[in-house]
Design a protein around this ligand. Structure first.
Ligand SMILES: *[C@@H]1O[C@H](CO)[C@@H](O)[C@H](O)[C@H]1NC(C)=O
Ligand SMILES: *[C@@H]1O[C@H](CO)[C@@H](O)[C@H](O)[C@H]1NC(C)=O
Ligand SMILES: *[C@@H]1O[C@H](CO)[C@@H](O)[C@H](O)[C@H]1NC(C)=O
Ligand SMILES: *[C@@H]1O[C@H](CO)[C@@H](O)[C@H](O)[C@H]1NC(C)=O
Ligand SMILES: *[C@@H]1O[C@H](CO)[C@@H](O)[C@H](O)[C@H]1NC(C)=O
Ligand SMILES: *[C@@H]1O[C@H](CO)[C@@H](O)[C@H](O)[C@H]1NC(C)=O
Length: 528
């Protein structure tokens, strides 16, 4: 999850209801430059289902602040309902909200609590179930502590009573997080009393609002203002081509599935002059799909191949990969393959990869020839996990099936205004409208959980994905997304045998101090 630039925050979410077909929808709306102050006192227009109406899916709107790359949704908590906006995150598994007592909420210079805060004393249904039991920390070093509580929770017109959440009384993050990953990655498992509780996807299913622990994410175009998240179904009007499912890999350490780790098996670049293969023929690497991370972190060698291909340069001072902004209008694509030959391939256009870079004075840095400089939404992972964040995910329609441990991917249909929702008929039913990747059975897992395509298998006859240990302690399957909570207390969740990794983000977003360094630096950039 992107805990970067939390002060820039985001988001308000539009809830809408696709009523006639008995489904509930939650659309994602993206905000550009939302001012924290404007977000403070909003009210939630939550539409409720007609009594007795059967709902098989829930869809809600997500907003995204383009600078911070955070996607958020409107929820309400308590009785009477208190409205909040929270950031959606597939890389963590707890829903938590800031307490109105948290000091960050009255700290306007740090941005306050732009998604609102929760006053437990004003809710008649609030129950504190584990005082001081909530303690979550994220890989960028931010975190929250407080109580676990239960209260009425509502999203997209669906309501769950006695839903368990964290109430952050001390937090370095001013907006709540809605973690929707596997329940085995709940912060509670490490730092609370260890009791796994039904987190959001399970709670929605337990409440009968959806039939299966599954949801689909359609983040939409970088330039668009909204996308959607659909619980319990697939919207076949939001993608083109085939929806193909691949396996989610368990952690080799716990042998449990704890994060959305899939096998990334090829990368090529297509331009007007043809297609270059950027990965070897029998390639595979574990990668985590993490909606809470803004950029994509590729294995170092693959990242370098991409940078060479695109003419990108790495600025250590900026902590970012720099490209000419004009790259955005290049018609080329990067083509990411998963699950071996016959698996899904997602094309990411240059337009989706080129992010704005803004100086504190509001200006755009330039190359010395005057050309505007932008950020490429890809970095080398280095010691961080390989993970595919929003600069990949926006180009894909992604179905997360937590019952069957499968993920289905298709090429997104940007700006689609059509909707054709197909609900999962039951828990454990296969993903509607999806087929399984053809050669996936030959993808295997070895002890260390890092997928590799087996060098020995004949090309074309399928790919063997093996998992090899890495020196960095990266364990994609052990729960370390960029947003996966890091183990702090019990140490039960670890990055590997050597224990928790102190992951920290590079300063991907351009903050004042970083830029000063850049300007005083190599002189690659000049200020217009
Ligand atoms: C969230 O609620 C606010 C205030 O009602 C509204 O302005 C905003 O559009 C909503 N956003 C979404 C994505 O529903
Ligand atoms: C652990 O905490 C949960 C609430 O988070 C509570 O329901 C449960 O009884 C607690 N279990 C133990 C063993 O304390
Ligand atoms: C909040 O957490 C920080 C970091 O863990 C700690 O230094 C500080 O003392 C805490 N503040 C309160 C009021 O508990
Ligand atoms: C946690 O998830 C597993 C499957 O991943 C499920 O079997 C179990 O019931 C869930 N536990 C709770 C408390 O929701
Ligand atoms: C989608 O809509 C946005 C905002 O209206 C626009 O900037 C973008 O070009 C559109 N994308 C496509 C692929 O049509
Ligand atoms: C949260 O967990 C971390 C790591 O175990 C610990 O250092 C910290 O003291 C805990 N915070 C609280 C408030 O319990």
């Amino acid at each position: 999850m992107a805990r970067l630039a939390a002060h820039l925050l985001l988001a308000s979410s539009l809830l809408s209801l696709a009523a006639a077909d008995g489904t509930l929808r939650w659309d994602i709306q993206k905000n550009h430059d939302v001012q924290a102050a404007q977000l403070k006192a909003r009210s939630l227009a939550l539409q409720r289902r007609a009594l007795g109406e059967r709902a098989d899916t829930l869809t809600a709107t997500l907003d995204n602040s383009i600078q911070a790359g955070l996607y958020s949704a409107n929820i309400s908590v308590g009785t009477p309902a208190q409205s909040l906006s929270v950031q959606i995150d597939t890389g963590s598994s707890d829903v938590w909200i800031p307490s109105s007592q948290a000091s960050i909420c009255s700290d306007e210079k740090d941005g306050g609590c732009p998604g609102g805060s929760f006053d437990p004393t004003s809710s008649s249904t609030y129950v504190d179930v584990e005082p001081d039991g909530f303690n979550i920390s994220y890989v960028d070093g931010t975190g929250s502590t407080g109580d676990y509580f239960q209260d009425t929770f509502a999203i997209a017109g669906g309501e769950v009573k006695n839903f368990q959440m964290g109430l952050a009384t001390n937090t370095s993050i001013g907006i709540g997080i809605m973690g929707i990953g596997y329940n085995s990655s709940e912060a509670n498992v490490d730092t609370g009393n260890g009791t796994i509780y039904p987190n959001l996807p399970y709670a929605l299913a337990n409440a009968g609002l959806i039939n299966a622990n599954a949801y689909s994410l359609w983040l939409n175009d970088l330039q668009a203002t909204s996308g959607s998240v659909l619980f319990g179904g697939v919207d076949t009007a939001k993608y083109t081509g085939d929806l193909i499912s691949i396996k989610v890999y368990p952690s080799s350490y716990s042998n449990r599935v704890t994060s959305f780790t899939v096998a990334f098996t090829s990368l090529s670049a297509t331009s007007s002059s043809g297609t270059d293969q950027l990965t070897p023929s029998n390639y595979a690497e574990a990668t985590i799909l993490d909606s809470g991370t803004t950029i994509t972190l590729l294995p170092d060698d693959v990242a370098q191949a991409v940078f060479d291909e695109l003419g990108a340069t790495v600025s250590n001072e900026l902590g970012a990969t720099i490209v000419p902004c004009s790259l955005a209008s290049n018609p080329g694509t990067l083509n990411y393959g998963f699950g071996g030959p016959g698996g899904p391939v997602i094309k990411v256009s240059m337009e989706q990869l080129v992010l704005p870079l803004t100086l504190p004075n509001g200006k755009t840095p330039t190359y010395s020839n005057g050309e505007s400089a932008c950020q490429l939404g890809i970095q080398a992972a280095g010691d961080l996990p390989v993970l595919f964040g929003d600069t990949f995910l926006r180009s894909a329609y992604v179905v997360y099936d937590l019952d069957n441990n499968r993920i289905a991917l298709a090429q997104t249909d940007f700006n689609s205004t059509d909707s054709h929702v197909v609900a999962f008929p039951s828990s454990g039913a296969p993903i509607p409208s999806a087929t399984s990747a053809a050669n996936e059975d030959q993808v295997t897992q070895t002890a260390s959980a890092v997928p590799k395509v087996g060098g020995g298998s004949a090309a074309g006859s399928g790919t063997t994905v093996t998992f090899n240990p890495t020196a960095t302690g990266f364990s994609a399957a052990s729960g370390f997304g960029s947003s996966a909570p890091t183990s702090t207390g019990g140490g039960k969740k670890s990055a590997g045998p050597s224990g928790p990794e102190p992951f920290r983000w590079a300063p991907v977003f351009v903050l004042g101090a970083t830029l000063v360094g850049m300007l005083a630096g190599t002189g690659i950039f000049a200020l217009l």
